[in-house]
Design a protein around this ligand. Structure first.
Ligand SMILES: [Zn+2]
Ligand SMILES: [Zn+2]
Length: 261
């Protein structure tokens, strides 16, 4: 069963991909289920707030139109920061989400992709601050399904990919907290287009989550355009099986549904 649980449409500021074109593309590629996860980032000047109402209405229209061809779910990728938690809480209370990715894209409103946050910091400072921010957000915000691209700071690290061993303690704390709260982690196949040396998150982090007892995994391509849809999800499943996982999850109204890997 092929499902893609990380899909951006033109409701995200960094994607022009029309929702219906995306659905037709997924159907053509034989994908059985997709979940839209448009960006919600509060307090970021370069981003307009996601028009959740319009995004929801378009989704409902598409869900009826394509119900015989594909299962469509509705979610968001929330770029939560410790000081914006209450804004995300309000969005969650106002709308009926199937799935939420908790991602870290900024700290103190400074973005990673353009190096605003990293500027003037050592590699140790960047990586420790990144994982600390995620850990703190997890204490404050519980209405999410999985941690999105957990080690994605590696994409934007000006010094190269930091070794997981250097941050093992905080990674361990994050994974234990996720498991205790019934949360999963996402395997994000954008690692291939960012030319990273490992999966996102790394095999080591996936192994740690598995060995600690974690069982909730989703797969997502982080689609922003046609060629990304479903990219390498089947191949990555094989690697995840070797780590020891036997199932992956889709979500409905924030509850996981398990499928054999
Ligand atoms: Zn992201
Ligand atoms: Zn994304």
């Amino acid at each position: 069963m092929l499902a893609d649980y990380h899909m951006h449409t033109s409701f995200s500021p960094d994607s022009q991909f029309d929702m219906e074109d995306e659905i037709r593309c997924a159907i053509k590629k034989g994908i059985r289920e997709i979940c839209f996860t448009d960006h919600v980032d509060h307090n970021i000047q370069a981003h307009q707030d996601c028009p959740l109402r319009e995004y929801r209405l378009k989704y409902e229209e598409c869900r009826s139109k394509y119900q015989d061809q594909i299962v469509l779910k509705w979610g968001a990728e929330c770029g939560v920061q410790t000081h914006t938690v209450s804004l995300f809480q309000k969005d969650f209370d106002d709308y009926d989400f199937d799935f939420i990715l908790l991602s870290c894209h900024q700290i103190q409103d400074l973005e990673f992709w353009n190096q605003q946050f990293q500027k003037g910091k050592s590699q140790k400072e960047i990586n420790e601050a990144y994982y600390q921010e995620i850990y703190q957000c997890m204490q404050l915000y519980k209405d999410y399904s999985v941690l999105g691209h957990l080690d994605a700071i590696k994409r934007d690290d000006p010094y190269g990919e930091y070794d997981d061993d250097q941050v093992e303690e905080i990674l361990m704390a994050i994974l234990k907290k996720a498991i205790a709260d019934g949360k999963g982690i996402e395997v994000n196949t954008s690692c291939f287009r960012y030319h990273l040396s490992d999966l996102t998150p790394s095999k080591k982090i996936l192994q740690m989550y598995h060995d600690l007892g974690g069982r909730i995994l989703t797969f997502g391509s982080d689609t922003h355009k046609e060629e990304h849809v479903g990219f390498k999800i089947e191949e990555v499943k094989e690697i995840v099986r070797e780590i020891g996982f036997k199932e992956f999850a889709t979500f409905e109204k924030m509850k996981p549904i398990f499928h054999p890997l």
